[in-house]
Design a binder for this molecule. Structure first.
Ligand code: ADP
Length: 465
């Protein structure tokens, strides 16, 4: 199927995939953000709590032992591998510090030396030193109402941040995977939901006058909107079919009603022309023109009647095995064409077709007549007969004016003429080829035409043999 962004299938799929990207992506981003916030908040609270209690802890220890020792004891008690604590006196000296600062990971690259220089500004914040994320809680240390110096509680959260980044990455990968998975599921789901519409489209494209009455859309398991659309479509088809029937009946009735009086008129004109010797030349000429036009109109009405009957499925075919050689020779002889105007070429004798003898004669007469009409008198119209697999093939070839490529598909339409003025001059009705097509298809055969303007045409009729 061609990619088309205007398709409802594409729009629905894109919309739903976008929604899932926003859903999964947004959820992942939000949870990452919240986890980061919770992590930092937890560490900040921890550092703040240590700093807040530090004075009390020292005061409590101080009752039993000297102050320096109490400070060290509380520092040792509160510090961990990730938390370093030290106290700087108002003069800027380090009074006590945790062993953490001497641990390898803290001493490495002079990290401990660098952070010990941190300014004594009171703060509770996140800082970055040598690419390491730290929570710093710096506050004055007051023991029993006396300010001993500045307390530094530094929590190294680099490791936690790394673990968090790993979780973060896993979460992002998982959400990408789920977005991909949901895109596949959505595509399949939308395609499935759109299926009835596509089927409806196909059916609608194939509706023509022949199957109008029999076409009916049935979508029991389709979504409600599609079912409603199908129902509306069925009702429209019903109305169209009724209108079509009415039109056909009208054409048939009018043709029938006009044909009878016109046949009478034609008969009177003919007998007047035959019997009346007193007619002046202009009168005779006028009556002859009237008789020819009446004859042409009667033929057209008969053709219209035939077409209307065939369209309504009321045309009966008496299918039998017809020996084609005899039929072709018979037809040509019956039509009485001028000498050497129509020639027959037979591949071999004994070719038979399953057809209606009289209808097939009518087909041949129309096609040979056209060949003769639309070519010069000094050219030959050839009728070929051959067998091709299970088909008996009759070709009517002329060396006439041919049909332009653009008109080829339309010449089988009722009243279609390639060159209206020139075709009218031949006395045709414009219905001949429509009748031919209707009759051939009614006998389960096929008809096609090849033509080169200025060189001639080949009409090929294939009938089941
Ligand atoms: P018509 O009564 O005008 O012959 P048809 O239905 O038989 O009507 O043919 C339709 C049109 O197709 C004709 O008007 C003519 O222009 C063209 N046509 C049919 N047969 C031939 C042919 N053998 N060579 C050239 N043009 C043809």
């Amino acid at each position: 199927m061609k990619f088309d962004p205007g398709r409802i299938q594409f729009r629905l799929t894109a919309g739903m995939v976008l929604a899932s990207i926003l859903g999964f992506g947004g959820m992942t981003a939000w949870s990452n953000f919240r986890m980061q916030q919770i992590l930092i908040k937890g560490h900040k609270e921890n550092a703040y709590e240590i700093a807040e209690r530090f004075g009390q802890d020292v005061a409590w220890m101080d009752e039993t032992m000297p102050s320096q020792e109490a400070l060290q004891k509380v520092i040792n008690y509160r510090s961990t591998a990730d938390t370093a604590i030290w106290i700087r006196s108002p003069e800027g000296e380090i009074i006590a510090k945790s062993d953490t600062l001497e641990m390898g990971s803290w001493e490495k690259d002079g990290f401990a030396d660098e952070i010990i220089q941190l300014p004594s500004t009171t703060q509770l914040s996140t800082i970055e030193v040598q690419d390491r994320q730290l929570i710093a809680c710096i506050a004055p240390l007051v023991v029993n109402g006396t300010e001993l110096g500045i307390l530094f509680v530094i929590d190294d959260i680099t490791q936690n941040q790394r673990s968090f980044a790993t979780v973060n990455r896993d979460l992002t990968l998982a959400s990408i995977f789920f977005i991909g998975l949901s895109a596949i599921v959505i595509t399949l789901y939308v395609r499935q939901s759109i299926k009835p519409i596509r089927k409806m489209n196909e059916l609608a494209a194939n509706v023509c006058s022949d199957n109008l009455a029999d076409t009916h859309l049935e979508f029991d398991r389709a979504p409600t909107e599609v079912r409603e659309l199908a129902q509306a479509f069925n009702m429209m088809l019903g109305r169209l079919s009724a209108a079509w029937d009415q039109q056909r009946r009208f054409v048939s009735d009018v043709s029938h009603e006009l044909r009878t009086p016109l046949t009478l008129v034609h008969g009177y004109l003919q007998s007047t022309l035959r019997r009346c010797n007193t007619l002046s030349e202009p009168q005779r000429e006028g009556l002859e023109i009237a008789a020819t036009e009446a004859d042409r109109t009667i033929r057209m009405l008969q053709d219209l009647l035939d077409l209307a009957r065939a369209d309504g499925g009321h045309m009966r075919f008496h299918i039998e095995r017809v020996p084609l050689k005899e039929l072709i020779l018979n037809t040509i002889e019956m039509c009485g064409y001028a000498n050497d105007r129509v020639k027959v070429e037979l591949q071999s004798g004994g070719i038979e077709a399953r057809a209606d003898r009289n209808r097939l004669k009518q087909v041949l007469i129309n096609l040979i007549d056209n060949g003769v009409k639309y070519s010069e008198d000094n050219t030959v119209v050839t009728v070929r007969l051959k067998q091709e697999d299970e088909w008996a093939v009759i070709q009517i070839c002329d060396r006439g004016r041919g049909v332009p490529m653009t008109d080829l598909t339309q010449i089988f339409d009722p009243f279609y003429r390639v060159d209206e003025d020139r075709s009218r001059a031949t006395g045709g009705t414009g219905l001949g080829l429509s009748i031919v097509k209707t009759l051939v298809e009614g006998m389960r055969g096929k008809i096609k035409v090849q033509s080169t303007p200025g060189e001639g045409s080949i009409f090929t009729v294939s009938l089941p043999s």
